[in-house]
Design a protein around this ligand. Structure first.
Ligand SMILES: Nc1ncnc2c1ncn2[C@@H]1O[C@H](COP(=O)(O)OP(=O)(O)OP(=O)(O)O)[C@@H](O)[C@H]1O
Length: 773
């Protein structure tokens, strides 16, 4: 059995002494093993093994396959790729195995009886035919069931792990697969590996294809064609598409199915797509092919928008009253709203759903505050959340897609603001607490940074909005689109029945901001080399790619000399690799700002070293700890195994308002954040931004990317690199059109609605609020 156990034949065989760490959800464990034998040059009596295990029993002998690794702090460990229990091959050994703690209620006597009757190959005989146990005289039904169940649970998984390892499928994926198919795994893998592509997230088409080929399956098998279609659709989601046009889908599927033996025709693919459509595994609609989750998300979102806008606002305030109210607010705030701003406030109060857009410094926040104050005056409600007995009674609900954007919204309005995920009570799985059955509390919902919201989240959010809630969407359509599929904000803006107000007049520019001037020049395609002259909040340091890292470190050195807080400076770059990429910039800045020093703890995670004092960014959502993709924090402590009651190594990161404890397997969710990607900076702002722009980035340089980057800077912006690369980049539009059908869905559904007359048309041209005071 051992020969074909694993493509990697390095093994350690030994008895499990005790488990050091165990994560029951992920099945990740670290354990101490007494070595019985190995084919490695390893002479110690014991070894620490780590990996993903279904269940490990103390006292049981296992054969672990994998490799020895040297851990910076813990020394040598064996990283397990696959394993199986060593079934003793002597009668005595087998008897003690069957009477071990693993088999609850089976004593030595019973075990002896089984072995005497079934012989040394008892285990495989039972696994092949569980009924064989009834041949053992005097064996009770419960005992028979215990033995079969225990063997199936342990051996079953191990058997699957060993089998999958032959195809280079690791323990973690094996666990996912086994959770889904249990003992049918191997049978299914042999008969139809393509079903894994449908059922198991992350199981690639190429892997299924490789397995099928090894098993000599036909390449024109409809399941293969189906899996190819699903794979191509899943891949298109990564480019932001909601669907693929049929012709494009056929062409791309044709390419991946291509093989030298047999041509797959478009007709064959079309036939399979129609079958998949019947089974609702894809949706074919108007010549477009969708994955069902995306089709229903788009459909659901469009229907929620229709539901919301078709409900009227109960009592409308007259324009005269509104002007009076806004005039009062202007007096209280000592400011005078511009015409567009006034119009935005008026329109938002009159609309069930309105979109407010505008570049930086045009007063979006000022308008949001104005809307809240005016709403409170009209409805005679307090804007002090503490004056409400129940939190649910507070009429204003503020949310944003990221933690940082929500924090900014809270800081600028003084009102509570949450991430959309938190607002909806997301628990980390696919379900949200808030939905159409249990909708949100409140009367007025404001969602900022809406350009970052993808169609899945938009659908979840909108189904949870009750009919009597007013909604204000705020965003800047010139920024990067959402990371996830769809382009919800720009599709909404295309609909002329949804009221929208766009702010153009820049207020912050009046305070002399070159950043704002630059942002608007990029927006209006009027940026030229003259605008790149240094100013009090802007400088362009010309340098070549190979000098970028040096220039950036020099800027930091200067900042440190001047006593500035380096945490206020954020480097943003578009790419990880390359000489001026995020990885090397981070490395240089870590060496400068937080170098290795005696007494300062550190851990090695793949190619990087995380050290106490490092600025780090979270790379995935970790809702159980309320820490989300893009959150930035600082490593504040590293604990060794024996320094905490959990007996595991831990790393603690302090985020704005909480400390999160990471265990080793989660360290990969962190990365240095001295320099982060522009994509990850969406929704955040920083006092000082350094932006390297060189021609080697050319593949990435686009107008919306550079616009997003420079608008992250609040006080100062330093661009370093090549002026021509920058000027060239801002002229390049994002030509990767996303395939979405929201626009069409909305125009069909809102056909009965009147065209919104007020989109940026100010009716009462010359009336000012003062006329009514
Ligand atoms: N009507 C106005 N009169 C005077 N100052 C204004 C007016 N509107 C906005 N401002 C000022 O202009 C600056 C930018 O406004 P605000 O922060 O509301 O813009 P924003 O669009 O939210 O900007 P950003 O997107 O960059 O955060 C603020 O200092 C604000 O006080």
């Amino acid at each position: 059995m051992e020969d074909n156990q694993n493509i990697d034949s390095e093994f350690i065989k030994g008895e499990l002494l005790y488990t050091i760490f165990q994560n029951d959800i992920e099945h990740f464990s670290i354990a101490k093993v007494k070595v019985h034998g190995t084919n490695l040059e390893y002479n110690e009596k014991e070894v620490v093994v780590k990996g993903y295990f279904s269940s490990l029993q103390e006292g049981t002998v296992y054969q672990f396959f994998g490799k020895l690794e040297r851990h910076a702090k813990f020394g040598i460990q064996f990283s397990v790729a696959s394993y199986h229990t060593v079934i003793p091959d002597t009668k005595e050994g087998l008897i003690s195995y069957l009477s071990s703690d693993m088999f609850y209620g089976i004593g030595k006597k019973t075990a002896k009886k089984i072995v005497e009757h079934l012989g040394e190959t008892a285990v495989s005989k039972i696994l092949n035919n569980p009924n064989i146990l009834s041949e053992v005289p005097g064996l009770k039904k419960e005992a028979r069931e215990t033995i079969v169940k225990t063997l199936q649970e342990n051996q079953g998984f191990e058997h699957v792990v060993v089998y999958l390892a032959k195809y280079n499928i690791g323990l973690r994926m094996a666990q996912k697969i086994y959770d889904k198919y249990k003992d049918e795994t191997i049978d299914l893998l042999q008969k139809d590996p393509y079903c894994f592509v449908f059922d198991i997230e992350g199981f690639g088409f190429q892997t299924a294809d490789m397995i099928a080929k090894k098993n000599g399956q036909s390449l024109s098998n409809p399941n293969r064609i189906g899996a190819g279609c699903i794979y191509i659709l899943q891949r298109s989601v990564q480019d932001g598409h909601v669907y693929l046009p049929l012709a494009q889908c056929l062409q791309e599927v044709g390419v991946i199915l291509r093989n030298p033996e047999q041509a797959i025709s478009e007709e064959q693919i079309t036939d399979v797509l129609s079958e998949l459509n019947k089974e609702k595994k894809v949706i074919l609609q108007h010549g477009n092919v969708y994955l069902p989750s995306l089709y229903y998300a788009e459909d659901g979102f469009a229907s929620s928008v229709q539901r919301l806008v078709s409900n009227q606002i109960e009592e409308e305030t007259t324009l005269a009253d509104l002007m009076k109210i806004i005039g009062d607010i202007e007096e209280e705030e000592v400011l005078s709203y511009g015409k567009e701003q006034f119009h935005a406030i008026e329109q938002a109060l009159k609309s069930k759903l309105m979109i407010l857009t505008g570049g930086p410094g045009t007063g979006k926040t000022t308008v949001i505050k104005g809307i809240i104050q005016a709403y409170a005056k009209i409805h005679r409600v307090s804007i002090d959340p503490t004056s409400y007995e129940h939190r649910a009674d507070f009429p204003f609900v503020l949310a944003a897609p990221t933690g940082r954007a929500a924090k900014r919204l809270h800081e600028s309005t003084g009102l509570p603001a949450l991430t959309i995920h938190r607002l909806l009570g997301w628990n980390g799985s696919e379900s949200f607490e808030k939905d159409e059955h249990d909708q949100l509390d409140g009367k007025f919902l404001i969602i900022d940074e809406f350009s970052m919201v993808d169609i899945w989240l938009a659908n979840q959010l909108f189904k949870a909005i009750p009919n009597d809630m007013q909604v204000l969407i705020v965003g800047d359509e010139d920024q990067l689109p959402s990371v996830g599929p769809g382009q919800v904000l720009s599709d909404l803006l295309e609909n002329n029945r949804i009221p929208k107000v766009s702010l153009h007049e820049v207020y912050r520019q009046k305070e002399g901001s070159k950043i704002i001037q630059l942002a608007h020049a990029i927006k209006n395609d009027s940026c030229n080399i003259d605008l790149l002259q240094n100013d009090k909040d802007f400088s362009f340091i010309a340098c070549r790619e190979n000098h970028v890292v040096k220039v950036i470190t020099q800027v930091f050195e200067k900042a440190i000399q001047k006593g500035l807080d380096v945490r206020d400076i954020q480097v943003l770059a578009p790419m990880y690799k390359t000489e001026a990429g995020i990885t090397l910039i981070n490395k240089a800045l870590q060496d400068l700002i937080n170098p290795k020093s005696k007494g300062k703890r550190e851990v090695k995670v793949n190619d990087i070293v995380l050290r106490v004092g490092d600025k780090v960014i979270q790379l995935v959502n970790q809702p159980e700890d309320q820490v989300f993709n893009g959150d930035i924090g600082e490593v504040v402590a590293i604990f060794e195994e024996d320094e905490n009651t959990d007996h595991v190594e831990q790393l603690v990161v302090s985020f704005d308002d909480r400390e999160v404890v990471y265990e080793r397997k989660d360290y990969i969710n962190l990365m240095h954040a001295y320099c982060i990607s522009i994509h990850k900076s969406q929704g955040s702002e920083f006092p000082i931004v350094i932006l390297p722009v060189v021609s080697t980035y050319h593949r990435m340089l686009r107008k919306n990317l550079l616009y997003t980057a420079i608008t992250r800077g609040k006080q100062s912006l330093i661009i370093c690199g090549e002026k021509q690369a920058f000027l060239h980049g801002i002229k390049k539009l994002d030509t990767n059109k996303r395939f979405t059908s929201l626009k069409e869905q909305l125009s069909e559904r809102l056909l009965e609605m009147p065209i919104s007359q007020n989109n940026n048309k100010i009716e009462e041209e010359d009336i000012s609020p003062y006329d009514f005071m």
